[in-house]
Design a protein around this ligand. Structure first.
Ligand SMILES: *Cc1c(COP(=O)(O)O)cnc(C)c1O
Length: 229
């Protein structure tokens, strides 16, 4: 199947999921995850109307950004290392996976130096997996006030990657957890957290049903990734 037909299939399925739960059309936005795919594929997808793309590595995203129309909006969805923070802040419209108070504090300092207020999401380790990045739910609650002091960061919301499973339904309880955590953080602080980045190729419809505002879909649009080169 072509990128065009896969993209249009995903957009239809997002709309159908929005309808099933009575959400307004367009309230869940698609981020086309183009990691490992060439700039040419991004261009093809962009020419079909897709505007927002997600990359998980700073340098790979930058090379594509430099080769492609400036209208494209780039999100960094992968884990961020300190030494890439400056480039990330300078080049990406939203950074999804800020995973510790330490990293956030470091980014706040760089943002101040650059005179920028980058938009970020906080990654939550909803499955409490040893292998995963992200704040534990407990840490995020206890560090929330400190995070809110970082005045050069704009915290737009939360992001999660549930434990891998073949069954999309298995992700639902984790998505519910992320929504509940967002509501709790808003309740204790009065700070709105409008964005929820959750759902990938295999479970994005469930994520939309549970309130995702950003779904990160790669292989269902571009095909299987080849990591061999
Ligand atoms: C690769 C990636 C995705 C997209 O995964 P697919 O299963 O290809 O849709 C989403 N989120 C993150 C953080 C990723 O690294």
């Amino acid at each position: 199947m072509s990128i065009q037909s896969q993209l249009s299939d995903i957009l239809t399925r997002i709309q159908d999921a929005e309808k099933r739960v009575g959400r307004p059309p367009g309230s869940a936005k698609l981020i086309a995850v183009s990691k490992t795919f060439p700039a040419q594929d991004v261009l093809e997808c962009y020419e079909c109307g897709q505007k927002v793309f997600g990359e998980n590595k700073v340098q790979e995203g930058l090379s594509k950004k430099e080769a492609l129309p400036t209208e494209i909006i780039w999100h960094l969805i992968g884990p961020l290392q300190r030494n890439k923070a400056r480039k990330a802040i300078e080049n990406f419209d939203l950074i999804h996976a800020v995973d510790s108070l330490k990293l956030a504090t470091y980014m706040n300092g760089i943002a101040q130096e650059l005179g920028k207020t980058p938009h970020i999401l906080l990654e939550v380790n909803v499955g409490d997996e040893d292998s995963k990045f992200g704040f534990s739910i407990e840490d995020l609650k206890s560090e929330w006030n400190e995070l809110l002091q970082l005045s050069h960061l704009k915290i737009d919301g939360l992001m999660c990657i549930p434990p891998p499973s073949d069954l999309a339904e298995d992700s639902r309880p984790y998505f519910k957890q992320l929504v509940a955590l967002r509501d709790e953080l808003t309740n204790v602080s009065g700070v709105q957290l409008p964005e929820l980045s959750m759902g990938m190729s295999h479970d994005f419809e469930i994520a939309v049903e549970e309130g995702a505002t950003l779904v990160r879909v790669g292989s269902a649009i571009f095909g299987n990734r080849d990591y061999s080169h």
